[in-house]
Ligand binder design. Structure first.
Ligand code: UD1
Length: 430
């Protein structure tokens, strides 16, 4: 089984390029089938979640052509199926975006109910509430969500919780409705804006994305487009934490600094230097870093997807830090793994209290989920000695060429899949 082996203790330095945003790409790819014309999408990250979604798109009958590693052409003109296979939703939760996309285009969609995910319970009641408000009949039968409508009309929808998924899903269906829809208490994440811009480039009429009120005037049909996906906020943030935690100096390129402000602000509070350029940020890790507190919140608050990576950085600061997770209840699973590396973190409900330590020691650990896995890689890069990380399939779901990019800034990391390769790596770098 594949694992990462890391020899830590070296400050990282150099330049790293950030790929396209995975979470924006998931929404955009699903929305691409909403027209019968050709859609070309650029700056697509080459990560497992995206490749699985592309398979699902081709499975429902759309034409999918990979033009190069980061560009795909999709034509949804020949879709045969408004029903998505169970396998895909099991592999990738975001397949539920097909409900909004297919309901909008064909007035019918059948998608298996996404199962429990390992970061907490993830209901989709707000998605369903939105589709019903647009006039769809939504039932759950034999484990699948079946949404049908003769017509989709105007609606004024007030979301009870701020949900990225519900905002995108309902926005897609409303884009092809017959009326004017207002979404209140909408999520404001950068990828909401990107999906809205993408739909607008196909002829949709969506205003206000990026604020908590989105106004959508339905159009009859959408046309083809060429679109380039925004850079990945979370990948960029992960490299920022990596630079700070290893006391390195890294230029993180192809980013939108505005999207990184909540992360930059925390790193600066800790004593690090963050220099912003037009499309890059440089993080210079301070030798002695101070403790601080973080609380995850919807954008522009501190992202839950950055909580584990920041917690690892805080574990190497002087003093105690408090991390409050207010979006998903099960996002502290990396704590037990970090304890094996010497971390001193106590979890009480949705709060983790981190007592800063001088350094981690290498150990064998398991990646419990995507972002926690990335956090363990950061810990390994800081640790004294070797760290072996298992279950790296989680990490590959969301980080393109993670180990190559880390090696590019001086990290000593290898992906190995046998005991022999592991020993070879240890001999080589010892
Ligand atoms: C998206 C991101 C994920 C990120 C999360 C929060 C994608 C593919 N995934 O997930 O990486 O961690 O946003 O930024 O973009 N909720 C409900 N009812 C609903 C929907 C959500 O109660 O119908 C709750 C959830 O349980 C959670 C909160 O709302 O507590 C936020 O979830 P949401 O924003 O929907 O997350 P996702 O879209 O699943």
């Amino acid at each position: 089984m594949e694992q990462y082996i890391i020899k830590g203790g070296k400050p990282l330095s150099g330049e790293v390029n950030i790929s396209g945003a995975k979470n924006a790409a998931l929404g955009i790819l699903a929305a691409a089938v909403m027209t019968d014309e050709d859609v070309t999408i650029e700056n697509l990250p080459d990560v497992r979640d995206i490749n699985v979604l592309l398979e699902a798109i081709s499975e429902i009958g759309a034409y999918v052509k990979r033009i190069d590693r980061h560009t795909v052409l999709i034509n949804g003109g020949n879709i045969r199926e408004v029903s998505v296979d169970d396998d895909y939703i099991r592999k990738i939760r975001a397949s539920y975006y097909f409900i909004g996309a297919l309901l909008g285009k064909y007035r019918k969609a059948q998608v298996p109910l996404p199962g429990g995910c390992n970061i907490g319970s993830r209901p989709i009641d707000q998605h369903i509430k939105g589709f019903r408000a647009l006039g769809a009949k939504v039932t759950i039968e034999r484990g699948a969500v079946i949404a049908e409508a003769d017509r989709l009309s105007s609606a004024h929808i007030y979301f009870d919780v701020v949900s990225v998924g519900a905002t995108i899903n309902v926005m897609m269906a409303a884009a092809l409705s017959e009326g004017r829809t207002i979404l209140e208490n909408a999520a404001k994440e950068p990828h909401i804006v990107d999906v809205a811009n993408f739909l607008n480039s196909m002829g949709a009429n969506i205003k206000g994305a990026g604020t908590d009120t989105i106004r959508i005037t339905g159009v009859k049909k959408l046309h083809g487009t060429e679109y380039s996906i925004i850079p990945d906020q979370i990948e960029a943030g992960t490299f920022m934490c990596m630079a700070a935690a290893t006391r390195g100096n890294v230029l993180i390129k192809n980013v939108i600094p505005k999207h990184l402000e909540s992360i930059s602000a925390k790193l600066i509070e800790m004593g690090n230097e963050v220099i912003e350029y037009d499309e890059a940020v440089r993080v210079i890790g301070a030798e002695h870093q101070r403790h601080t507190d973080i609380k995850t919140l919807p954008y522009p608050g501190f992202p839950t997807d950055m909580q584990p990576q920041m917690a690892v950085s805080l574990a190497l600061c002087e003093g105690s830090s408090m991390v409050t997770e207010s979006i998903f209840e099960n996002r502290f699973k990396y704590v037990d793994e970090l304890a094996r590396m010497g971390g001193s973190i106590k979890v009480e409900g949705n709060v983790a209290v981190i007592d800063g330590i001088k350094g981690f020691t290498g150990a064998a650990v398991n990646a419990p989920d995507l972002r926690a896995g990335a956090a363990l890689v950061i810990a390994g890069l800081c640790a004294d000695g070797f760290t072996e990380i298992d279950e790296i399939g989680y990490i590959q779901r969301g980080y393109e060429c993670f180990e190559e990019k880390i090696r590019g800034i001086g990290g000593i990391i290898e992906k190995v899949d046998s005991e022999k390769d592991l020993k070879k790596f240890k001999l080589k770098v010892s």
